[in-house]
Design a protein around this ligand. Structure first.
Ligand code: FRU
Length: 559
């Protein structure tokens, strides 16, 4: 009898050690006690569920808190809560609030060491564009090049595929195409969540400058600029203890872009403040002196100005040199929602002067899915290489992917060209895109580049066997290029999605380059006078192309 009892106790302890325990409490609160082993606690997510709170508590002290759509009736996918940082520090508990205690998530919790657990192979995951492995991504942040490595940070929610809990995710690449996931670089702190920003190189140190956005108890967020230092090339950051370094009373006050300006032998900073861009200077990246503001009467003001950039570009052939001020705006884009406008002018370290009349608006890309464009700091050979976020705030949270949301554009290099009285910014696919051109193929595939020699009127129809199609037209008479995605596949998730976008071509176009990658089409004039980026969600890949008035060559893209 005694032996039998001991066996039962042993079995019970084993069961306890094999699973995390869940203790339901009042007011929709539960305490999860993780197992002693297993780095990741996998949280089951239901996207339609309201946000609950997940808190990590060690020895009674709150370590972190995130908003998570814990599954109530059904599990759509899993996100990881990495327990490693909290191990060995005392009693570890995970408290879940605002989730009914009978919810399915409590039965479906999983704990293990498998970083690839329940990873879904999604049909709309691009093959040669950067995407987060899991979770939500928006703006590219803090991009820089150093010692052969391109570093890309991004607005990141590791705890779901919708916007929230802003962190900086990090990826690196040696060729701008293949990206390695480097995990989280900056996590929220007492000053708030990590909004967009940029990195500079200060001798050997990488300095990140970002906006901390902090909700206030009475509604509304406070935004302030902070800095963090990395001495391992951008892998890990230590936040500056004197943060925040720059505050204001403006509500929208964010997205800092510092850069070294040799002309004034000091740092400059440009950031977005409501409907204008503000410029500052500093000797040490900590104390900032206000210099000037730009933008009140200039360009498009249909939305909030965000994510600026400011840099010089030279065109030796044309013997011109200009400063370009990038201004992302949302809403207010030419086809609704988000888009990137820019201004061409001069900058003396104190003030930006626009060359065009205030009523002139210039767009960097005439598609609907090209936002938050910013450039890499320190790219070699005077390159001005940029990435954009390939989505639009009108429907970014609804696009039909699951465990991850959104991709970046292919890398592009900027230059200058003239048309009439104006100077414009040219956009071409970076040379790294040519390096991944593979074999010529007869028909379009899910990952290919299509080069089209145009005539005065060229019509291109991409289609699949389901009758879904995208129609593009170049009209030399009108000097326009259009893309119609109204019948491109799934357009049902947002009324703002089906559309025809139209770009001016500033003269004639001899050749077009189209980049297709499962759920996106990026179209360029080979000379750089036109760029158009649009998402598409066909139920099967487009495998047929018809070109009227022109000739197509199709290349597989190697990834
Ligand atoms: C632009 C933006 C930025 C902000 C970030 C927050 O898409 O609104 O202005 O810093 O996203 O995720």
């Amino acid at each position: 009898m005694k032996r039998c009892f001991m066996t039962m106790v042993a079995v019970m302890t084993l069961t306890m050690a094999g699973a995390q325990t869940v203790t339901p409490q009042a007011c929709e609160q539960s305490i999860v006690t993780p197992k002693a082993t297993g780095r990741y606690l996998w949280l089951p997510i239901q996207e339609s569920a309201p946000e609950g709170k997940v808190q990590v508590i060690v020895n009674g002290m709150l370590q972190m808190e995130q908003n998570v759509r814990m599954a109530r009736e059904q599990v759509d996918y899993y996100v990881a809560l990495d327990l490693q940082p909290y191990r060995g520090k005392g009693a570890l508990k995970v408290c879940v609030q605002n989730v009914p205690t009978g919810s399915v998530c409590f039965k479906k919790l999983v704990q293990n060491n498998d970083a690839d657990f329940a990873l879904i192979d999604e049909k709309f995951r691009p093959l040669y564009h950067h995407t987060p492995k899991r979770g939500w991504m928006n703006d590219p942040n803090g991009m820089f090049y150093k010692d052969g490595v391109w570093n890309l940070y991004y607005q990141y929610n590791p705890y779901g595929s919708m916007w929230g809990n802003m962190h900086w995710g990090h990826s690196t690449s040696t060729d701008l195409i293949h990206w390695k996931d480097e995990g989280v670089a900056l996590a929220p702190d007492a000053w708030g969540t990590m909004f967009s920003g940029s990195c500079v190189l200060d001798k050997g140190t990488v300095v990140a400058m970002y906006t901390a956005s902090r909700p206030t108890p009475f509604g509304g967020d406070v935004q302030a600029q902070c800095i963090a230092f990395s001495n391992d090339g951008g892998k890990t950051f230590k936040k500056y203890e004197g943060n925040p370094v720059l505050t204001a009373e403006d509500k929208d006050f964010r997205d800092p872009r510092p850069f070294w300006n040799e002309d004034i032998k000091a740092w400059n900073l440009i950031l977005a403040a409501g409907q204008e861009m503000r410029i500052y200077s500093s000797k040490d990246l900590k104390d900032w002196k206000y210099e000037s503001s730009f933008g009140k009467e200039y360009g498009n003001h249909g939305g909030v100005w965000e994510c600026p950039d400011l840099f010089e570009i030279k065109n030796e052939k044309l013997n011109i040199k200009n400063w370009v001020l990038i201004c992302n705006i949302n809403p207010g884009g030419p086809f609704g929602g988000s888009a990137t406008q820019y201004f061409v002018g001069q900058f003396d370290g104190h003030k930006f002067t626009c060359e065009s009349k205030p009523e002139v608006t210039k767009w960097l890309d005439y598609g609907k899915d090209h936002y938050a464009t910013v450039s890499f700091y320190n790219a070699l050979d005077n390159r001005r290489t940029v990435l954009a976020w390939m989505s639009n705030w009108q429907y970014a949270n609804q696009v039909p992917t699951k465990q991850f949301r959104s991709a970046n554009s292919i890398p592009r290099d900027l230059g200058l060209f003239r048309c009439g009285e104006e100077t414009y910014v040219s956009v071409v696919p970076s040379k790294e895109m040519t390096a991944v051109r593979g074999a010529k193929v007869k028909n379009p595939t899910e990952a290919c580049e299509i080069v089209i020699d145009t005539k005065s009127m060229t019509e291109i129809v991409l289609s699949n066997t389901k009758g879904e199609q995208v129609t593009m037209r170049y009209d030399a008479g009108k000097q326009t290029f259009t893309m119609d995605r109204t019948k491109s596949g799934d357009v049902s998730f947002s009324e703002a999605f089906p559309c025809v976008t139209e770009a001016p071509t500033y003269g004639t176009i001899k050749q077009l380059r189209l980049f297709i990658d499962r759920c996106s089409i990026e179209a360029f004039d080979t000379e750089g006078k036109m760029a158009m980026t649009n998402l598409v969600f066909p139920s099967e890949p487009y495998n047929s192309i018809k070109v009227k008035g022109g000739k197509a060559t199709i290349y597989q893209i190697e990834n």
